[in-house]
Write a protein that binds this ligand. Structure first.
Ligand code: THR
Length: 645
């Protein structure tokens, strides 16, 4: 009989008869290991314990107490869920199923009504029943013809079977159902006790938006009850931070399908936060040598043809509008060509460089509907954009200056949880990126050099650059766990050449500038979403939509004084209001806390008489009585120093 040689993690090698299974190999090592084995890992790939091994390789025996063991548990849960769905819903079609770092999922499609989130607990109960009745997972090999018969009517499963190169295709028999083995399951479901089905969401077949959207049933599983509990707790906390939930509770913004997906409306409270951010950032940039402009959101399509957007970025653009006189107008997907027009409007001298043009620039990008999320991912957005035009020898200095300004801004907003990513082009993708090796190599190494000189840590990512140049991106995580770019600094030698930009140098000759594109606080939409999540809706005083809520103990007796101090505060541009509702005081105080208003002021007899206020700060238990003048000083200091609650 032919032999194969297997190498174990400790470096030991051993010869076995070809066709031996992982379970048999485990048994040859020890009976207890064989009992604990849930799968094997051959050359880094998970294999079923019953799979005959036919080639040499490095083999690990996977047991429950490992990351791979957890993956196998979740994969088993996915296979079980697929079996239960198949049994419960006749005619259902099954898409992909898998485990990921947070749980597992099964994609499904039904003809009539969709599976609703209310049905998940019922499905989980069915899963528990199968485990209780018969926890065994049989592995059944079917010939390709039999496999195709087995999945007939389910065109997704048919596609998967047809794509298989092998003559025999593995299925799992679970709870009396045969389901295509898309992933490796454990031979028994006895360890699958602590799991939960969590949500239903849309997912395109094979992740392509041109394909039908299936329903993804999502769940998670752990070996230990305490791990599941901790995970569910973490998810609950993330939900409480979710900017869409808080945005609704605090009446900050809404998105209405009647208006269009990804086109948010800012309610007065959200608009106040946004206006405060906008004023802050514009002032900050003016103080740092930027010149702010306004440019139109519409431009002739030729502008975007010249810039290369039409060639390399069209997928993200709205289709052009054809006008009466044959003019094609385009909603801009980026502001760079507009700022280039500003640069080019005058002859520029080396004395003007670095020339820093900035704008709260509104842009439109046709994001995929599946990617849209509250304010985080939208189709109309206003970017805190800026382009600095520099002489080549000024690149390094300007890069550092932008980075310092960014850090300064982060400090004011109390942002400290982020990572740096250097985003390079994918050299194979000439459709997405300008094809100019020399320029890319130069720009990428300059950016990397600048980061190394500053001694900053970063990760490098291929295929994440802008089409015109490499970027330094600042990455953060949303409450839902998605990574998003918050700030970006991009080095561009391309657009200055495409638009034939010049400046007159000290030598009287024409020279080509370099462009640095940068967004400090991203778009107003994404940044607001981010702030909602990091502050959990409890905005620091300077950003809070309402900063002070004044509650008179008795409207009749103390109302006049309440209005008087309200006027005083408003004259200082403090966003304060008197709560005139005739509810119990305890309720009004609690309500101010629920709305996370930084200062709640109560005024009664003592306060009227002494010209004082009783102040309770958000998050504090006790209130303090202090002279109105002192309170004014305190709140103004709070606002001007951007202090946290
Ligand atoms: N064009 C750049 C972008 O949209 C900005 O200038 C930062 O990413």
């Amino acid at each position: 009989m032919a032999q194969i040689t297997l190498e174990f993690p400790d470096g030991r090698t051993q010869a076995f008869d070809s066709g031996i299974t992982v379970a048999e190999v485990a048994k040859s090592i020890s009976v207890s290991l064989a009992k604990k084995a849930v799968a094997g890992k051959l050359d880094g790939k998970l294999v079923d314990v019953r799979e005959p091994l036919l080639t040499d390789g490095k083999l690990e025996i996977v047991t429950a107490d490992s990351n791979d063991g957890l993956t196998v548990l979740r994969q088993s849960a996915a296979q079980l869920l697929a079996a239960v769905v198949k049994r419960e819903f006749a005619g259902v079609r099954l898409g992909r199923l898998a485990a990921d770092e947070d749980g597992f999922y099964v994609d499904t499609e039904k003809d009539e009504r969709q599976i609703s989130a209310d049905e998940l607990d019922g499905l989980a109960a069915q899963m528990q029943r199968v485990i209780k009745d018969n926890a065994l997972v049989n592995r059944v090999m079917l010939s390709k013809a039999d496999a195709l018969t087995e999945v007939s009517g389910d065109w997704y499963q048919t596609e998967l079977v047809e794509a298989e190169a092998a003559d025999e295709i593995p299925f799992y028999e679970i709870g009396g159902q045969l389901v295509l083995a898309q992933v490796v399951a454990a031979p028994s479901l006895k360890d699958l006790k602590h799991f939960k089905l969590l949500s239903v969401a849309g997912a395109y077949w094979e992740g392509k938006s041109s394909n039908p959207m299936l329903q993804r049933l999502y769940g998670t599983a752990f070996y230990k009850a305490s791990d599941l509990e901790a995970d569910l707790q973490k998810r609950q906390e993330a939900r409480e931070r979710d900017h869409r939930v808080i945005g609704n509770n605090l009446d900050l913004f809404f998105v209405d399908p009647k208006v269009g997906a990804g086109l948010p409306y800012w309610m007065p409270n959200g608009a106040t936060i946004r206006r405060t951010i906008e004023r802050y950032i514009v002032d900050k940039e003016l103080a740092n040598g930027y010149e702010h402009v306004y440019t139109p959101v519409l431009a002739n399509l030729d502008l975007y043809k010249q810039s290369g957007h039409w060639e390399h970025y069209r997928e993200d653009m709205f289709p052009p509008m054809e006008m009466d006189d044959d003019e094609m107008l385009e909603l801009r997907p980026m502001n760079c060509p507009s700022h280039i027009q500003i640069y080019n409007h005058h002859i520029r001298s080396y004395r003007e460089l670095p020339l820093r043009i900035a704008e709260l620039g509104m842009m439109h990008r046709y994001e995929k509907s599946g990617a849209l999320s509250g304010l985080q991912r939208v189709r109309e957005m206003t970017l805190n954009d800026g382009h600095t035009f520099v002489a080549p020898e000024q690149i390094q200095e300007e890069f550092k200056r932008i980075l310092n300004l960014m850090m300064d801004v982060y400090h004011d907003f109390d942002i400290d949880n982020y990572t740096f990513r250097l985003s390079y082009r994918d050299p194979k993708n000439t459709e997405k990126y300008f094809d100019d090796d020399e320029m890319w190599n130069k720009a990428q190494s300059m950016l990397k050099g600048a980061m190394d000189e500053l001694g900053l840590d970063y990760v490098e990512a291929e295929g994440e650059a802008a089409f015109y140049g490499p970027k330094l991106d600042v990455q953060t995580k949303t409450a839902l766990g998605n990574e998003e770019t918050l700030s970006t600094i991009q080095l561009d030698f391309m657009l200055p050449a495409r638009f034939d930009l010049h400046y007159v140098g000290e030598d009287g000759q024409e020279h080509r500038p370099v462009m640095i594109h940068r967004g400090l606080v991203s778009t107003m939409e994404r940044f607001t979403a981010y702030l909602i999540e990091i502050y959990k809706g409890a905005f620091p005083t300077w950003l809070a939509p309402k900063q002070v809520q004044i509650i008179p103990v008795s409207e009749a007796k103390h109302g006049q004084y309440a209005h008087q101090i309200n006027e005083q505060l408003r004259a200082l541009h403090v966003r304060s209001a008197v709560d005139e509702r005739s509810e119990k005081m305890g309720y009004l105080i609690r309500d101010a806390q629920t709305h996370k208003i930084p200062y709640t002021i109560v005024v009664g007899d003592d306060e009227v008489q002494n010209h004082t206020v009783s102040v309770r700060k958000y998050g504090e238990e006790d209130s303090r009585e202090l002279p109105m003048d002192d309170f004014q000083v305190e709140i103004m200091h709070d606002i001007s120093t951007y202090s946290r609650n």
